[in-house]
Write a protein that binds this ligand. Structure first.
Ligand code: NA7
Length: 535
């Protein structure tokens, strides 16, 4: 229930990452009063929290940036091909300053609950401090990788040394000099941080449950001419991004991996490997994502590369993934596999010797106890749904989002969920989200949501909510597309498989950014078809 002390705004946005910032800007331009709640002390979202050594984005800076302001595009000077976390954070802060966003962002404040009131058609949003705000529009701009996850092993609190999670890295950094370090996790955060930690630490032991496919980033300083060229053709490039499969324009493959001779196939993989672009490798052929035989060619080729780089062939064997290439998020690295040639780096294959517990002194596997000064958890996230279900969201008649999604997330377009009027998700499950350049998908969702709100206001309408039929059809469509791919074959966070007890459902939409945008545009053009709009 709201009371006289409850503040009222038009929109409450949760999260001041790339989504929340742009949405705040859009809504303000439309004349709405919006407030953003952000748990961190600054903007940046994922790039605020993930400060671990070596953290970088795996999409090129000139493509991983907002397109909504030509002035912003022209004035910001990216320094590196794949920017570091500090550079991306600098960009986010620049955007916040440039568009004067901070005045409507409440930092250090976590939203804990949100309840829809069917009479007033408003949401009542509560923060951890008991503060309450009512708003007609409630937007979860909480990101796909923001609810971090510790491993499910006994004794986590027993360890007497220092403990860090890559997603909650201390702002002042960590000095590993002279330290014996253990790291659990070899996803992107592990793959990026392991080479950097290894250079400093006395000794680094990597605990690997599943190996990652990883490609050398071939990062470098941007050349002034390429920056100038891109700035000159940004409008055209942005359009290509929007129409592409993953928000990164690449030539569309025309041939199956199985219809070319071995030597030619190898040379195509080699070129992609040398280019330092994941999308190039993923789109080498038409069928890597759908045919096991085609995918096996890429898998075998990458295995060969790993065996060429890693001197100890038994270690190389352990570093070779068995699941199909691309079905878990592949990584982009700098000297990852090379790091295993260092004498101070050791790999523990948890598939052979599983983790048993964390002890006072370190980590015990089924084989032995390892002693450390520091343990780093690079154990990832309760991805895509965690940050949504962590807030106690109650829709019509007290319907709980957490309960409704117990068997897996159900959305229409990854934007809304039936039973939750005026609740929007930015890059929610059921949208291309994590299978794409996030900034491209974020801008598309923010524009969709802002336009929908504008449409409702123009028409004097109060609520928008997916119909159950449209939602069921969309969920079926998302599943249908996934079922034609190899994605379900891996135990990935796309499938919820990294969180014990989480339902195994392929969460992102694998139909591609361009196709998805067309669908959303059609929905909007037909007066928000599939949504019920009401006075
Ligand atoms: P990821 O990719 O989810 O990686 C987490 C890693 O931690 C992965 O290797 C996991 O093994 C491992 N893990 C998680 N829980 C455990 C337990 N209980 N025991 C042993 N090992 C465990 O998260 P990241 O932060 O690296 O990257 C997230 C995304 O950020 C990335 O995909 C990019 O999009 C950017 P598993 O594979 O589950 O067997």
């Amino acid at each position: 229930m709201s009371d006289s002390t409850t503040k009222t705004v038009d929109a409450v946005i949760v999260g001041a990452g790339f989504s929340g910032m742009y949405l705040l800007h859009r809504l303000r331009e439309m004349g709405l009063k919006a407030v953003v709640f952000e748990a961190g002390t600054d903007v940046g979202g994922t790039w605020y929290w993930n400060r671990y050594p070596g953290a970088r984005v795996d999409v090129e800076s000139l493509a991983y940036s907002y397109s909504f302001s030509n002035d912003l595009e022209q004035e910001f000077e990216w320094k590196e091909r794949y920017p570091t976390q500090p550079e991306i954070l600098k960009y986010a802060r620049h955007v916040a300053d440039r568009f004067d966003l901070r005045k409507d962002i409440v930092f250090r404040t976590r939203v804990t609950a949100a309840t829809y009131n069917d009479d007033s058609r408003d949401w009542l949003i509560r923060t951890e401090y008991g503060e309450a705000v009512t708003a007609r529009w409630f937007v979860m701009a909480t990101g796909c990788l923001s609810s971090s996850k510790m491993p499910e092993i006994p004794g986590l609190a027993a360890f007497k040394g220092a403990t860090y999670h890559t997603a909650h890295w201390p702002h002042e950094g960590v000095d590993f000099t002279g330290q014996r370090v253990g790291i659990i996790g070899t996803g992107s955060s592990g793959v990026q941080s392991i080479p950097v930690i290894a250079e400093q630490a006395l000794d680094l032991t990597v605990f690997q449950r599943t190996p990652s496919y990883s490609l050398p980033a071939r990062n470098r300083k941007l050349r002034p001419q390429e920056v100038a060229d891109m700035k000159a053709r940004y409008p055209e490039f942005r359009q290509e991004q929007r129409e592409s499969g993953a928000g990164v324009p690449v030539p569309i493959p025309t041939r199956s991996a199985l219809e070319v001779a071995d030597a030619e196939r190898d040379s195509i993989y080699e070129q992609a490997w040398e280019s330092g672009s994941l999308v190039n490798l993923l789109s080498s052929f038409t069928d890597l994502a759908v045919s096991q035989d085609a995918n096996d060619t890429a898998k075998r080729w990458i295995h060969r590369k790993i065996h060429e780089i890693v001197a100890d062939q038994a270690v190389a064997d352990d570093l070779c993934p068995e699941y199909p290439f691309g079905t878990k998020r592949p990584c982009l690295d700098t000297n990852y596999f090379e790091t295993y040639n260092r004498p101070n780096v050791h790999l523990v294959n948890l598939q052979r010797t599983p983790l048993i517990e964390v002890t006072e002194k370190g980590i015990r596997t089924s084989e032995r106890e390892y002693e450390f000064d520091v343990i780093v958890y690079a154990t990832g996230f309760d991805a895509m749904t965690g940050s949504l279900t962590n807030v106690d969201i109650r829709g019509r008649d007290g319907l709980s989002l957490r309960e409704t999604w117990r068997a897996g997330p159900r959305t229409y377009l990854g934007i809304g969920s039936a039973g939750f009027p005026n609740l929007f998700m930015i890059t929610g499950p059921g949208s291309p989200s994590v299978l794409s350049n996030m900034v491209v998908s974020i801008e598309q969702h923010v524009d969709f949501v802002a336009d929908a709100i504008g449409h409702l206001r123009e028409q004097g309408l109060a609520t928008i909510e997916p119909t159950a039929e449209a939602q069921d059809a969309w969920v079926d469509h998302v599943n249908e597309i996934a079922s034609h791919t190899l994605y379900p074959k891996a135990n990935s966070w796309y499938m919820g498989a990294n969180v014990p007890g989480k339902p195994r459902v392929f969460m992102p939409y694998a139909g591609g950014v361009g196709e998805y945008r067309k669908k959303c545009d059609e929905v909007a053009a037909k007066g928000y078809e599939g949504f019920a709009l009401a006075f």
